[in-house]
Design a protein around this ligand. Structure first.
Ligand code: PLP
Length: 394
């Protein structure tokens, strides 16, 4: 059967997705939570025992489980992924009057966390190979505009120090961490990974979020596992982990009754109710990942013959969690993107474009950036399609 010659690209995409996921009742979301194990038992236990808030035992249990799952020395759970990123950047020593290199193609939290510290996001281009930061282009750019003075990278155009580099593993696909780490070392930048989308994704066998000095995970409702809302800071540095724990507990010194806070901390600690959900969800990761991989295989078959559209699949040396599946339209049909989005949503199949480049948002439009040609191209051509693990039978 040839779907390539007849019909519009939108009709071909609708047909291919339908072919891959089969008949569905009603609307198919991009990614909905899957609760099919101990979620109810653990959450009910919190309510039955009245341990619903941050002092409950699931909080530390979830941290231990996350450390074991990711291979990080320590995990500190927080109320959101954004909070985890905010505290990570603060622990990386970021202050105002400094710049932090972030991808232009990311969810807004990556830049917001920088702005919360009064610092300036500096936008970097992506590479089509990984959908994440382009190490070669970044290296060449820094050679051009930056120099290391007394062990600090300085942007010679703005005069401000550039202190950190924040790669983000887009839709679960690991970035080229080795090459980025090399750039970071050359320019004395602290590597902080935004691993919000990549729980379960590996780079050369190492879990994403554990390569940088700090890494941030998210357990928002649409992520691979959810705690309702939540996040975690990963680090292999015990001292940093203790500081993170202190900061997310409003920097309060341990004492039976005294209220002494040694700095301006944050009320960012994850409550027990959310951690209970997290423990139950994490137990299911292997099953979620297996089914998400089976779904990719179906999409791969369905899109193999579809002209003008490529399904993005994992790169060499990486293992993706396939959080959200990605279609890339060819340049010559990029102008059909909105037609594809309209046709699929009309057919009760939820699809979404990628994020608008952060460098074009009103609060960041004056921030420094390099040439963003690839990010701009991806912005015009990228479409997310339904990726919930239950689209494939257990
Ligand atoms: C989800 C996400 C975050 C954190 O989001 P929260 O909703 O605060 O948990 C951060 N960065 C990226 C790239 C994300 O996708």
């Amino acid at each position: 059967m040839s779907t390539t010659k007849s019909g519009s690209v939108s009709a071909r995409v609708v047909d291919a997705i339908r072919g891959a996921i089969g008949p569905q009742d009603g609307f198919t979301p991009l990614h909905k939570p899957t609760f099919e194990n101990h979620e109810w038992d653990y959450v009910k236990e919190c309510i039955d025992t009245e341990w619903v808030s941050t002092a409950g035992s699931y909080v530390e249990q979830f941290e231990e489980d996350l450390a074991e799952y990711t291979g990080a020395e320590r995990a500190i759970v927080t109320v959101s992924g954004t909070a985890a990123l905010h505290v990570s950047l603060r622990l990386a020593g970021i202050t105002s009057e400094e710049e932090v290199l972030v991808p232009a193609l990311s969810f807004v939290a990556t830049a917001n966390a920088v702005a919360y510290l009064g610092a300036t996001p500096h936008f970097v281009d992506s590479e089509e190979r990984t959908l994440g930061l382009d190490p070669e282009k970044l290296g060449a750019y820094l050679d051009d505009i930056a120099e290391v003075r007394d062990g600090t990278c300085v942007n010679t155009q703005t005069g401000r120090p550039i202190k950190a580099l924040v790669p983000m593993h887009a839709y679960g696909h690991p970035v080229a961490l080795d090459a980025l780490q090399e750039v970071a070392e050359r320019y004395h930048l602290t590597l902080v990974e935004d691993a919000a989308e990549s729980l379960g994704s590996l780079y050369k066998g190492t879990h994403t979020g554990t390569v940088g000095r700090l890494g941030a995970l998210s357990f928002n409702g649409n992520k691979t596992i959810t705690t309702g809302g939540g996040g975690a800071i990963l680090t292999n540095d015990d001292e940093l982990a203790d500081e993170a724990l202190h900061l997310v507990r409003v920097a309060k010194e341990d004492h039976e009754w005294e209220y002494f806070h040694d700095q301006t901390g944050y009320n960012y600690r994850m409550p027990n109710l959310n951690a209970a959900l997290g423990c139950a969800q994490l137990e299911q990761m292997p099953s979620f990942l297996d089914r998400k991989r089976a779904l990719v295989e179906r999409y791969r078959d369905a899109f193999e013959e579809v002209e003008g559209v490529t399904l993005f699949t994992e790169r060499e040396n990486t293992r993706s969690n396939y959080w959200l599946n990605v279609l890339l339209l060819d340049e010559n049909v990029a102008d059909r993107r909105d037609a594809v989005l309209a046709a699929t949503n009309e057919a009760d199949i939820m699809t979404r474009p990628t994020w608008q480049l952060l460098s074009s948002l009103p609060m960041y439009e004056d921030c420094p950036r390099m040439d963003l040609a690839t990010a701009e191209s991806l912005e015009r051509r990228l479409i997310n399609i339904p990726s919930t693990p239950t689209l494939v039978d257990a």
